[in-house]
Structure formats: structure tokens, C-alpha cells
Write a protein that binds this ligand. Structure first.
Ligand code: ZN
Length: 81
């Protein structure tokens, strides 16, 4: 099985699936593989997990679109350096 590496952007798009536990096993392996190598995404997932603990649920609406854009901009800068 050839696992394509997940980009940071893809990971951010998939985080709700991951945290809701509805992600297919194969995607989950790619997701966790990325997390093991990417500090920024680990931080993001931890923040989302914390958000779920506070709100009791997670949906696209609970993710501030501006915060998400800022995060993705950060990722792009990290990759440049
Ligand atoms: Zn990442």
C-alpha cells in the first residue's frame, strides 16, 4: 500500500473527521504519520481537541475561518524557512 504524504492543508481539512473518529483507517494512518513529523499540525490538532472539550462538539462552524487562514499562512512560511 502506497501512502501519499498528507499536506498541512489536507490535514487541516480532515481534522474534524479525525477527531470525530469517522476517518477511514487508511486516511488515519496518513494523518498520524503527518502529525508525527509536523509540530504545527500537532499543535493545531491539540487546539481543536481542546475546542471540542469546551464546546462538546466540533463542526466546520466552530472553526474560525480567519484563524484557519492564518494557520495555513504560517505553515507556508515554515516551509520556506
Ligand atoms: Zn503539517
Amino acid at each position: 500500500m502506497n501512502l501519499n504524504p498528507l499536506s498541512c492543508q489536507e490535514l487541516v481539512e480532515l481534522v474534524t473527521q479525525y477527531l470525530e473518529g469517522v476517518m477511514p483507517e487508511e486516511d488515519r494512518a496518513r494523518f498520524e504519520n503527518h502529525l508525527s513529523r509536523c509540530h504545527g499540525c500537532t499543535t493545531y490538532v491539540n487546539q481543536m481537541r481542546h475546542t471540542i472539550e469546551i464546546t462538546g462538539k466540533l463542526s466546520e462552524e466552530t472553526i474560525d475561518p480567519e484563524a484557519k487562514d492564518q494557520l495555513l499562512a504560517l505553515f507556508r512560511n515554515w516551509k520556506k524557512s
